[in-house]
Design a binder for this molecule. Structure first.
Ligand code: KE4
Length: 426
């Protein structure tokens, strides 16, 4: 593979964009080398500026559940664009997308559309604090909820990838209001609530974390979070920005049968355009302006292009067998990779929830961030680079999820496993 054009663009990018990127994880810091520059994508494949083709398991970090440039999504956005890209005036599409969301997330009686998962997180935090009159929040080590001041404490994703402890620029008194506990540790949650329970506005959690790699809830864990928060009058917030429409159409809350008080969504519901959402019972959501005093707003919230892309994506995703097919494809990939690693005596742990999963270079178990951090990140980096050179693009960090789309077929999986046989050497 040649990367002449990408290398030239990388030099130019670093002159004008901080670190050459607009989001840190894209800089390949954890895996070495420099990123390729994408030129186009179609289905499961992305092509770089030098014409190299990759099977894409990052899929824009989750949103592209149908794959790149799905014809139905392209057509929906084209038509919306021709009718006008933004009005700042209510449109029917916002109603249709919110109704579609509510159909799969019944706890979201009322929905508010925003432009990103971060915006959903900062808004839901303000709502929880505004509704309860309490200031403290609880989050899990290694979970990532976007770059919200209150939540950039012991975060996952890019923060974990770069080994940053907590970001400067967050006032200490502010960070002191955030309590972090290990994921899958109910005793630790009970201890925080026993001490601060009546001051805790909410506990926010990725019910299936995807930002420390993908980690699964232990039996009874999510139910335990539900019980503890209810007992202390704190709100349970499920951040399903990544797990939504991937762990199942109804997210982790449907798969595990645990009903949160408030839900965050993003990624898939925008079909590759900027959309975030949060929602819950009207009794909570109606505290938001213009009905109530908790303020949140956004120029392009619910814009016609993003709602068109989101609606087209969700309608395709609802077709019988699509979600099941993705889950089966990822299961085959995971089993294949695990087998290849086992044949070569390489300790790995494969995790999966619906159409998202992770290959930990770690003999396991991986139940929380501390255990995820025991992974052999040097081996992960070699695996990543070796696969990339053979036309397979996995997440450039051990602390990210990998995704399949409805466009990932047998040939893509075969190609991936064939490459892994050549790359996975001790
Ligand atoms: P955005 O603000 O990036 O749209 O969403 C933040 C967010 C919130 N909650 C969860 C569970 C998330 O995974 C994210 C964002 N995920 C990362 C990748 N793990 C986005 C990629 C990036 O930061 O460039």
């Amino acid at each position: 593979m040649t990367h002449t054009r990408s290398e030239e663009l990388w030099r130019k990018a670093q002159q004008v964009l901080v670190g050459g990127v607009n989001s840190p994880v894209r800089a390949f810091k954890a895996v070495g080398g420099s990123p390729f520059f994408a030129k186009s994508g179609k289905g499961a494949l992305v092509v770089d500026e030098d014409g190299n083709e990759y099977v894409d398991y990052v899929l824009s970090w989750g949103p592209l559940v149908l794959g790149h440039a799905h014809p139905r999504v392209v057509e929906a956005v084209r038509r919306a664009m021709e009718a006008g890209s933004s009005f700042g005036i209510p449109t029917e599409a916002e109603i249709l997308l919110a109704e579609k969301i509510r159909k799969h997330y019944p706890v979201m009686e009322k929905v508010r559309l925003v432009n990103s998962g971060t915006e959903a997180a900062m808004s839901v935090l303000r709502l929880a604090r505004g509704v309860t009159g309490r200031n403290r929040v609880v989050k899990m080590d290694g979970c990532y909820h976007g770059h919200v001041d209150s939540l950039l404490v012991s975060a996952g994703s890019g923060v974990a990838t770069l080994g940053i402890q907590d970001s400067p620029g967050i006032p200490a008194p502010y960070a002191a209001l955030t309590h972090t506990v290990p994921y899958n540790d109910l005793e630790a949650v009970r201890a925080v609530f026993d001490t601060h329970g009546e001051e805790i506005a909410c506990l926010i959690v990725e019910p299936v974390p995807g930002n420390m790699g993908v980690v699964l809830p232990e039996p009874g864990y999510l139910e335990g979070l539900r019980a503890v928060t209810a007992r202390h009058g704190a709100l349970l917030v499920f951040d399903e920005v990544m797990s939504g429409f991937r762990v199942s159409l109804g997210g982790a809350q449907a798969r595990f049968g645990v009903r949160p008080d408030l839900v965050m969504l993003g990624k898939v519901i925008g079909g590759g355009l900027p959309v975030g959402a949060y929602g819950g019972p009207a009794a909570l959501m109606d505290h938001l302006a213009p009905l109530g005093p908790v303020y949140q707003a956004g120029t392009l919230a619910g814009n016609p292009l993003a709602t068109a892309a989101g609606l087209a994506t969700l309608e395709e995703l609802e077709r019988p067998g699509v979600a099941e097919g993705m889950e089966a494809a990822l299961a085959r990939l995971g089993a294949g990779l695990a087998e290849i690693a086992r044949e070569r005596g390489i300790p790995v742990t494969v995790t999966q929830a619906g159409s998202m999963g992770c290959l930990f270079f770690n003999g396991g178990p991986v139940r929380n961030y501390e255990e995820a951090k025991r992974s052999d990140t040097a081996l992960h980096a070699r695996f990543f680079r070796g696969m990339l050179e053979r036309g397979v693009y996995f997440a450039p960090s051990q602390y990210e999820a990998c995704f399949v789309s409805a466009a990932h077929g047998e040939a893509h999986l075969d190609r991936t496993l064939e490459a892994a046989r050549r790359v996975l050497i001790r």
